[in-house]
Unconditional design. Structure first.
Length: 55
């Protein structure tokens, strides 16, 4: 566990704050949040591979 506030930004996950802030108890909003989070995680993982010299 860490309280390092720069980690989400360094990991390319700063957008999680916006996704979570937009959550509402409606199926369409929840589905959109899941889709947005998947996209964010995929993009962060792809950037991580590039920075680490991966595929």
């Amino acid at each position: 566990m860490t309280n390092e506030k720069r980690l989400p930004e360094r990991a390319g996950l700063r957008g999680v704050d916006e996704i979570l802030g937009a959550l509402r108890p409606r199926p369409t909003v929840l589905l959109r949040a899941i889709t947005d989070a998947e996209t964010l995680f995929d993009e962060a993982a792809a950037r991580s591979c590039v920075h680490e010299g991966g595929a």
